[in-house]
Design a binder for this molecule. Structure first.
Ligand SMILES: NC(=O)c1ccc[n+]([C@@H]2O[C@H](COP(=O)([O-])OP(=O)(O)OC[C@H]3O[C@@H](n4cnc5c(N)ncnc54)[C@H](O)[C@@H]3O)[C@@H](O)[C@H]2O)c1
Length: 522
């Protein structure tokens, strides 16, 4: 079977009036249906949709979804159903599974306005990012569909006279997918689509902040033809995720989220008690502390908009967001001056306003965390600029630019995950590279330089998973920028890249002696 070549789903042209009108109409319709109901879904049974509320970060009194709250019992039931569903699903050829993934992509495509509106409400994701998130989800389904067909062909091996060698890939079993809220559709879709396309069953535990987006995904996959037993939805808190991780019948854990939880999962899944007939495979994509190096010859007209976009879009709540600038001393003063001006005029507001650049952060704890780091920055260093006009209602944080921080300040060492950017003066790109190399995180990074030799040197030294040169450091596209971190930022091969599916299968090699030894007698 040959599928048309993969191409990224085009984003909407939001500058066009009719497109904006269509999105606002979808939001109006959605608002009339709130709160949405998100049940626990196991093997075709719908559990109660109660116990977990998700609210609008921009207006916390607005209930967006009322969801079920899965715990240990539901996790066990979903895994048991998954073991049955796995047998059905893995029997289907990859080409058929690919068609199902593509049919689910078509369903998301049909509902893309509504899905973007849902992210605006559920996660305060501004329109451009919400639309890109939906496109990325569609891309994952389309991309892994093709990857699964390719994988089923196996790999070419050396053949010698008298023997036949073959290598193929078999699905592993039940995959527990545990996802974060900041890409409420794209990230659960990526991990779920990879598990399913490769022939596994999946139990999806979405973030407690975004259960409704996950329900749309699961519905789309069921309607497209994934057997109900092969895909369960477990809305719930961290305890539901932990129960999945510990369960002996889970084969793969695909996690994206914070460092603390990711490392706990790595530890817990290493337990291999008697009776568990396999070692769990863990894919754990975690947080970062993403640095951008600004060389003395960098074009600040290019640097300032790219850095602003990378640091403050979606209130700095992308794992790839720029958090720490290392600026050559020759460029430092001018750069800080221009960034400060840009920070002061950032448009802080509700996600449903097309003019908004900095929406609220996801929840009260996040607001408190960002404010804590802002106070720390004021104490350890200096606040060079702070955004104005922050609304009263909602979990808003003023966008902040901090300078003069000592190298041991927590502000420059820890992931903040909010609209706070720090700038440090460095004597050379060499010194900046040393700082980057000393960090435990290695997710994304950036460099602005006009010198090809400098670019080459930084490329060679940078440990990060995704390095961006002379551009913003967010917005990885499926198939174009396979995404994922190194060091304490992640273990796993990059999402949206050619190696990703390999984590969801096990290789099997068969060697057959083809020498004739005479025919067996009756
Ligand atoms: N590297 C990447 O590709 C990437 C992408 C997006 C987000 N992130 C990171 O995710 C974080 C933000 O997301 P978050 O706040 O949802 O992260 P989080 O770690 O708090 O939660 C992620 C998921 O883990 C679940 N969970 C919580 N405790 C658990 C436990 N003990 N066992 C199992 N599951 C548990 C949560 O319920 C949620 O579903 C940031 O650190 C960000 O950098 C990384």
């Amino acid at each position: 079977m040959s599928l048309p070549p993969f191409a990224n789903e085009p984003t909407l042209e939001l500058r066009r009036g009719p497109v904006r009108d269509a999105l606002l109409a979808a939001l109006g319709e959605l608002d009339e249906r709130l709160p949405l109901s998100v049940p626990v879904l196991i093997g075709g049974d719908r559990g109660v949709a109660d116990g977990l509320d998700s609210t609008d970060p921009g207006s916390p009194s607005r209930l967006v979804a009322r969801a079920g709250r899965a715990g240990t019992d539901e996790a066990a039931a979903a895994i048991e159903a998954g073991a049955r569903g796995f047998l059905q699903w893995r029997a289907r050829p990859a080409a058929e599974r690919a068609e199902v993934m593509r049919a689910a992509a078509a369903r998301l495509r049909d509902r893309r306005f509504e899905l973007a509106a849902l992210q605006v409400r559920e996660c305060a994701k501004p329109w451009p990012e919400a639309d890109s998130d939906v496109c990325e989800a569609i891309d994952f389904l389309e991309y892994y569909a093709r990857g699964a067909v390719d994988l089923e062909r196996g790999r070419e091996l050396l053949q010698a006279p008298g023997e036949r060698n073959s290598m193929r890939y078999a699905p592993r079993g039940v995959v527990a997918v545990i996802s974060p809220w900041n890409f409420p559709l794209a990230i659960p879709t990526g991990m779920t689509a990879a598990g399913l396309a490769a022939g596994n069953a999946v139990v999806l535990k979405p973030a407690e902040q975004s259960p409704a987006s996950a329900l749309v995904l699961v519905e789309a996959l069921h309607e497209a033809g994934v057997p109900r037993a092969a895909l369960a939805l477990l809305p719930g808190y961290g305890d539901a995720g932990a129960a999945l991780v510990r369960h002996p019948d889970v084969h793969v854990i695909a996690f994206t989220g914070s460092n603390a939880v990711g490392l706990e999962i790595v530890r817990a899944s290493a337990e291999t008690p008697e009776g568990q007939a396999h070692v769990k495979r863990v894919v754990s994509e975690m947080g970062g502390k993403n640095c951008v190096i600004i060389d003395s010859d960098a074009d600040l007209d290019e640097v300032v908009p790219a850095v602003m976009q990378s640091a403050f879009t979606y209130a700095g709540q992308k794992c790839s967001a720029a958090s720490r600038l290392l600026a050559h001393e020759a460029a430092f003063d001018k750069l800080v001056d221009r960034l400060a001006g840009a920070v002061e005029v950032l448009q802080v507001g509700q996600a449903d306003d097309f003019a908004t650049e900095v929406p609220p952060v996801i929840e009260r704890e996040a607001q408190e965390r960002v404010e804590r780091y802002a106070s720390l920055a004021a104490g350890d260093g200096l606040i060079a600029a702070r955004g104005e006009g922050v609304p009263e209602e909602g979990w808003f944080c003023a966008p902040t630019l901090a300078v003069d921080l000592p190298p041991d300040s927590a502000v420059v060492r820890e992931e903040i995950f909010g609209p706070l950017l720090s700038v440090e003066r460095v004597p050379s790109v060499e010194a900046a590279c040393e700082i980057v190399e000393s960090l435990p995180f290695a997710l994304t990074g950036g460099l602005f330089s006009r010198n090809p030799a400098t670019v080459e040197e930084v490329e060679r030294r940078s440990p990060v998973g995704n390095l961006y040169v002379n551009r913003g450091i967010t917005g990885a596209m499926v198939g174009r920028q396979p995404f994922g971190g190194n060091r304490r930022s992640g273990i796993g091969s990059k999402a949206g890249g050619p190696d990703y599916l390999l984590q969801f299968v096990e290789p099997r090699v068969v060697t057959e002696n083809t020498m004739r030894h005479g025919l067996p007698l009756e």
